[in-house]
Write a protein that binds this ligand. Structure first.
Ligand SMILES: C[S@@+](CC[C@H](N)C(=O)[O-])C[C@H]1O[C@@H](n2cnc3c(N)ncnc32)[C@H](O)[C@@H]1O
Length: 392
């Protein structure tokens, strides 16, 4: 299982160091464009991707529920931790124009959008470029003090804009360099790409990533197929990887699962998701972001987290419950055993437990899901889960 400060985190740091020292695998820029192996190379937006047609702007999810939970009041201060295309930020400002929203995103393209939007909204939008894990530094350097913010919103994962640009390497539906970094540009060539991961890590590590972050039951077959393929030539494109995974699992053209909306799921969907989560260290980022948000929230301030994946949801749920995120709770004994075997913890410091006084009052005793009408309108919303809590 994913554990904060876990195997995955250390593996990523090790790989970063290796990439920083020497780029010895085909870089994402060496785009070779092999589409032969992909079972279907039509311009179809596969399940698990942005959920809209190419070129579409990101449609914000669960806007009404976000506003109900935040309940914005005049003079309040919010942090939109995942600005994206600014849909939620705009909704907050439309509901209550007399507020200030710090609009944060790690992706420089999203940050540019925030800067452009700020030109229309003036001081109501304050763009911030960076990661959740940098929040303490970033907000402090804008003179935001401890216990002063009224609300934080996390709408995690990747945006439709990220999926829609083949050149960024997130999408199964479009050929492009196998990159997947949300903020690769910020760190030059030092941060590992998905191509670095599939070409450099050992088979067991690949298995661990695909199994853990993709919750993929065919992880062993896939990791072995990746290693076989890369021994012939480096894996550098999204279509190449999608084809390798599809060929490992089924004859080309055969899709054996369907989503809730009865749409075919590409066999490589979970592998792509796993690589994206790993490359961007998404689970550790969320956990660190929640901790930093707590520091800045006023007592009575609210934190809202929208997730699209059970592992992310588990981080939010357990964090609000005050559980020790490094402990394996809330899963079956078999899952605990599998997860424990998969990623063994190494004596790292314990995360602080909630003391006798609860740190959060949970607003969503039952996780909130989007209304079916929203899902019909915006299929990307189908797996969204919203949790909200008040800082005590
Ligand atoms: C689902 S989109 C958010 C969409 C947005 N709510 C809207 O309405 O347009 C998620 C965004 O969060 C950003 N993001 C993901 N992880 C992040 C992190 N650790 N730190 C900062 N931004 C992050 C991504 O770059 C992406 O733009």
């Amino acid at each position: 299982m994913f554990t904060v400060e876990s195997h995955g985190f250390r593996l990523l740091r090790r790989l970063s160091a290796a990439v920083y020292g020497k780029r010895n695998v085909g870089s994402a820029a060496e785009h070779m464009g092999d589409s032969r192996l992909l079972a279907d190379d039509s311009d179809h937006m596969w399940v698990g991707e942005g959920g809209g047609r190419s070129g579409m702007q990101h449609t914000p999810v669960m806007v009404r529920e976000v506003l109900d939970c935040l309940d914005p009041q005049p003079g309040q201060v919010y942090v939109d931790m995942t600005f994206g295309a600014g849909g939620h930020t705009k909704a907050i400002l439309a509901a209550q124009p007399d507020t200030v929203v710090y609009a944060m995103d790690r992706d420089p393209a999203a940050h540019n959008m925030a800067q452009n939007m700020a030109k229309q909204y003036g001081r109501a939008i304050r763009p911030v470029l960076g990661r959740f894990s940098e929040l303490l530094y970033l907000l402090s350097s804008q003179n935001v003090q401890e216990n002063t913010v009224d609300g934080f919103l996390f709408d995690v994962g990747a945006s439709s804009m990220q999926f829609d640009q083949g050149g960024r390497g997130f999408a199964l539906s479009q050929d492009g360099p196998l990159d997947m970094r949300m903020d690769g540009e910020r760190f030059g060539n030092k941060q590992p790409t998905a191509a670095d991961v599939v070409n450099s890590l050992g088979e067991d590590d690949l298995y661990g990533i695909i199994k853990t972050y993709g919750e993929e039951r065919h992880a062993r077959k896939i990791s072995s197929a990746i290693v076989d393929a890369r021994n012939k030539r480096p894996i550098t494109t999204t279509k190449q990887l999608a084809g390798i995974v599809a060929s490992a699992l089924a004859p080309p053209g055969v899709f054996f699962s369907f989503d809730k909306l009865n749409r075919a799921v590409h066999p490589a969907t979970k592998t792509f998701q796993a690589l994206r989560i790993f490359v961007n260290d998404e689970l550790n980022e969320l956990y660190q972001g929640l901790q930093a948000a707590r520091y800045f929230l006023k007592p009575g301030g609210r934190a809202i987290v929208i997730t699209f994946h059970s592992l992310e949801d588990r981080v939010a749920k357990r964090y609000f419950q005050g559980a020790n995120i490094r402990q394996h709770g809330g899963t079956s004994i078999h899952q605990k055993k599998r997860e424990g075997d998969l990623l063994k913890e190494e004596g790292l410091p314990e995360v602080e437990m909630q003391g006798p006084r609860k740190e959060w009052t949970i607003l969503t005793s039952k996780v909130m899901r989007p209304h079916w009408a929203e899902v019909m309108e915006n299929p990307r919303a189908r797996s969204a889960k919203l949790r909200a809590a008040i800082k005590n």
